[in-house]
Write a protein that binds this ligand. Structure first.
Ligand code: CP
Length: 316
């Protein structure tokens, strides 16, 4: 694998999950693979899980790790070409990227949607420049439109917990006070297309995702109806994608919050969320604290997901 920006690059998802199972059972089996090789993790945005799980994954593989928070301690970066750099950004990304590439063997990048230009966000302007100019394998630690390491961890977790050959997985929009990107729901929907699961997306009108990611998933606007018989409830907020509403919060309707009444409609479903989660906006305290909540094992599988992908990148 040269770069990793989409879950689709894993190819056959069942084979990828088998590789992940091996990594989980044998976390230190491939220490030679990463020996004397350096991972640079670059954050344009905040992180808890991605930062720690990816660092742990790299350490399990014997790698050296460097972490740079672009907004803390580095020169402010100009990202637009052609700009007269007379402002507060003394370094251009076009020099910074190849320089960073000189110092490492693999680069992980976190760069969220900025909501300034849908074309730039959906063109993955920042991530694509790293791929083009760094000269090193690049992987997404959540970019503008996808979060493939999260999706892979989600699928690994569903495989661990599913009791049916073809579980019903429902991804539900839930309210949030701030405009969040569509990266996690896009990526999750993309990943679900690789599985044989029954997959349903539910959200209020106006929150339709890019059809490219929705694929042939069923979209049900009635949340209660969508949740009937679900085996997994995957809650997530996202801002509007379509038209002039791109990046906007259209609703904070708390009747969409996942609570015990909603979970009672399911087939004793497991509750999932990528975290961080706003309690009593996205999900009530009792649901996230219930035995059916698997948010912690889901987060734990982020190490497995990152290590499996890093292994493939190191093998080239
Ligand atoms: N789920 C996830 O990516 O968490 P962080 O934003 O904390 O990395």
């Amino acid at each position: 694998m040269k770069n990793f920006t989409s879950i689709l690059q894993l190819g056959n998802i069942n084979e990828a999950v088998r590789k992940a199972e091996y990594v989980k059972a044998n976390p230190f089996a491939d220490q030679e693979l990463g020996r004397n090789r350096t991972l640079l993790m670059l954050f344009f945005n905040s992180s808890l899980r991605t930062r720690l799980s990816t660092q742990k994954a790299a350490m399990n593989l014997g790698m050296n790790v460097m972490v740079l928070d672009v907004n803390q301690g580095a020169w402010k970066l100009e990202t637009e070409r052609g700009v007269v750099m007379d402002g507060d950004r003394p370094e251009h990304l076009l020099e910074a990227i190849p320089v960073m590439g000189c110092y490492c063997d693999v680069i992980g990048v976190r760069s969220f949607a900025k909501f300034e230009s849908k074309a730039d966000d959906y063109g993955e302007k920042i991530l694509e420049q790293f791929i083009k100019y760094s000269g090193k394998p690049v992987f997404s630690m959540e970019a503008a439109t996808r979060h493939p390491l999260q999706t892979f961890a989600d699928i690994i977790t569903i495989e661990e917990y599913r009791k049916k050959e073809r579980p019903k997985v429902v991804m539900t929009w839930a309210p949030h006070p701030k405009a969040l990107p569509q990266a996690v729901p896009n990526s999750f929907a993309e990943g679900m297309q690789m599985t044989g699961y029954e997959f349903v997306i539910t959200h209020p009108h106006g929150y339709e995702l890019d059809p490219k990611f929705v694929g042939n998933a069923k979209v049900e606007y009635d949340q209660d109806k969508a949740l009937e018989g679900a085996d997994f409830v995957y809650a997530k907020n996202w801002s509007a994608y379509e038209g002039e509403n791109y990046g906007k919060v259209l609703s904070m309707d708390r009747s969409w919050t996942v609570d015990s009444r909603k979970m009672a409609l399911t087939d004793n479903a497991y509750f999932m969320h990528c975290l961080p989660v706003r309690r009593n906006m996205i999900v009530t305290d009792d649901v996230i604290e219930s035995p059916q909540s698997i948010v912690i094992p889901e987060a734990a599988n982020r190490v497995v997901s990152a290590q499996t992908v890093l292994k493939e990148l190191l093998k080239g």
